[in-house]
Design a protein around this ligand. Structure first.
Ligand SMILES: [Zn+2]
Length: 560
């Protein structure tokens, strides 16, 4: 009996102990689950914008890319192959803003790079701010801030969410490429001041003086080291994905007769604004990658549990495209070298933040059209729009029709701004004047469509060019008449490429997601540029940018 009781007590004790063990195990599992759940947010989000990158560059140059750059992002991340801009105009300022705010100029207000300000009646630049000071230069290149951007970026929302503990750093050769993505609450945006200085600078909007790591970088003469000969990375004869090096469709540099490799940048820099020549070569991107890699260390990005945001924009691709055109050997070489720079950036992120600890996306701010003079040579409808002649012709029409020569106040970015005070003073009906202009301009050569501001405000367009125009139309800032050129018709020099339209060559851009929280895969389902910011916000669990109109792409995210 005694023994039995002993057995009973013993077994009771044992089973209790076992139960305790079980409970401990379960609670351990639960806390591990919770930890895992908390851990779904990356330590760092890296946004890469490649300025003027058409979607087809990914496929056109694919066979020449290395394994660790674009190909790695395409094959180990998620490739949205049918990603488009969903507004007009497709320019750098609006592009960078739309990527990070998840909305279009209709809401974020960055309607172009430079636009006519109806209130102060002069042209303004999207990132200029005369109330701040340059930091890192005596020149005016630092008088910049994001004040004209009306909505928040996903980086702003991350700052609010983390009680300002998660950092935001923006980097690009172009000030607007660094400032607009980084948003209103950024710790820093850095951009490059060329001329005879060749330094990375910022503005007093962010800080009173440059941090030590930026001064050290500027003192390292990295920029100077790129003032060397630019030749092709591989044997030029293997560059079968682009046209002949010598042709009539390219611009080139002052001081060199032909736009052909090699380019002696040290010598050419003297006639091409000193260090600014680097912007228009593949080395400008290398310099950007060097600086971004230094920033990871210098700003201690991705080192704690508060998610940081690094916004990097590679601007040189745009300068090279404008100068040499979509089909040039220079563009091909610039992308093959950028591929290597992106590989270096990924390796640095793996080493400093850790593979699997960061999420990266890569996209572009707009595409570009093939050089129209080249398209004409192969019988594809295209051409050049004479904007000077357009203005004087339109002024003649207005004078005859309304008896006043000063109604046309400004014509820029394919928009006409009317002098509304004069129209009111003359007792004219604004809508009647707008419609008269619409009916006149549509008869002009190379014009495809014309709409009035009144139509934009009173009609809800849900498809086609009209929807894109409406998404780009900001009632407060846009003009009275919106003009759409024929396909592949640009107001530009006869050499080089440009962009701005709502056609596929300008709207279709890469969208690659990679890293923490991203599944491997691809889709041909249409996505739009405004979906990027809500997707990143969803990944981070933060509020969406306050004006976001895109939707999170849940098929790129791991199920949580
Ligand atoms: Zn451009």
């Amino acid at each position: 009996m005694k023994n039995l009781l002993y057995v009973f007590v013993f077994s009771l004790f044992f089973s209790c102990k076992a139960q305790t063990n079980l409970t401990t195990q379960t609670s351990q599992e639960t806390s591990q689950e919770a930890k895992k759940e908390l851990n779904t947010t990356p330590k760092l989000v890296v946004g890469i914008v490649v300025d003027q990158m058409r979607y087809d560059y990914l496929s056109r140059f694919y066979s020449k890319f290395s394994e660790g750059g674009f190909k790695k992002l395409m094959n180990q991340g998620f490739n949205c192959k049918n990603n488009h801009y969903n507004y007009i105009p497709t320019y750098t300022g609006p592009g960078h803003t739309s990527i990070y705010t998840g909305t279009t100029p209709k809401y974020h207000g960055i309607i172009a790079n430079n636009w006519y300000d109806k209130e102060i009646k002069e042209m303004v630049y999207c990132a200029e701010d005369e109330n701040v000071k340059s930091v890192g230069t005596e020149a005016n290149a630092g008088l910049m801030s994001p004040k004209r951007m009306k909505t928040t970026s996903f980086a702003d929302e991350n700052r609010l969410f983390t009680q300002m503990r998660g950092k935001t750093i923006g980097i690009a050769l172009k000030d607007r490429g660094a400032i607009l993505p980084a948003g209103h609450t950024a710790n820093a945006a850095y951009w490059f001041h060329g001329k005879d200085e060749g330094n990375w600078i910022t503005s007093s909007f962010y800080m009173p003086h440059l941090p030590k790591w930026v001064n050290d970088f500027n003192a390292s003469e990295t920029a100077e080291s790129y003032l060397k000969t630019w030749n092709t990375l591989y044997d030029i004869n293997t560059y079968t994905e682009s046209g002949a090096d010598l042709n009539t469709f390219e611009g080139g540099f002052k001081g060199k007769e032909t736009a052909t490799f090699p380019y002696d940048l040290k010598t050419l820099s003297k006639e091409n604004n000193g260090y600014d020549i680097l912007k228009a070569t593949a080395y400008g991107n290398s310099l950007t990658a060097d600086f971004a890699i230094a920033a990871i260390e210098g700003e201690q990005l991705g080192q704690d549990t508060n998610t940081d945001v690094l916004a990097v924009s590679f601007s040189s691709t745009d300068y090279v495209g404008h100068n040499f055109g979509v089909n040039s050997k220079e563009v091909e070489d610039t992308y093959l070298r950028l591929d290597k720079d992106i590989e270096r950036l990924i390796l640095a992120l793996d080493a400093k933040v850790g593979e699997g600890n960061y999420t990266l996306f890569l996209t572009s701010d707009h595409g570009a059209v093939d050089v129209p003079s080249y398209l004409q040579s192969v019988h594809i409808p295209s051409g050049y729009f004479d904007s000077k002649n357009f203005k004087s012709k339109l002024n003649d029409f207005i004078s005859k029709k309304f008896g006043a020569s000063d109604l046309l106040e400004n014509a820029s970015n394919n928009q006409i701004f009317l002098n509304r005070e004069r129209i009111a003073l003359l007792g004219l009906d604004l809508q009647v004047v707008q419609e008269a202009l619409v009916n006149e301009i549509i008869t002009y050569k190379n014009i495809d469509k014309v709409y009035s501001a009144t139509t934009m405000q009173t009609t809800d367009f849900t498809s086609g060019i009209e929807e894109l125009l409406q998404n780009g139309f900001n009632q407060k800032r846009s003009g009275d008449v919106l003009v759409v050129n024929d396909p592949a018709v640009i107001s530009y020099s006869k050499t080089g490429s440009t962009h701005g339209s709502g056609l596929n060559y300008d709207t279709h851009v890469p969208l690659l997601f990679y890293g923490k929280g991203i599944i491997k895969g691809s889709t041909l389902q249409k996505t739009v540029i405004t979906d990027i910011a809500p997707t990143i916000s969803a990944l981070l669990g933060t509020s969406f940018p306050n004006g976001a109109t895109g939707i999170p792409l849940d098929f790129v995210l791991e199920k949580q």
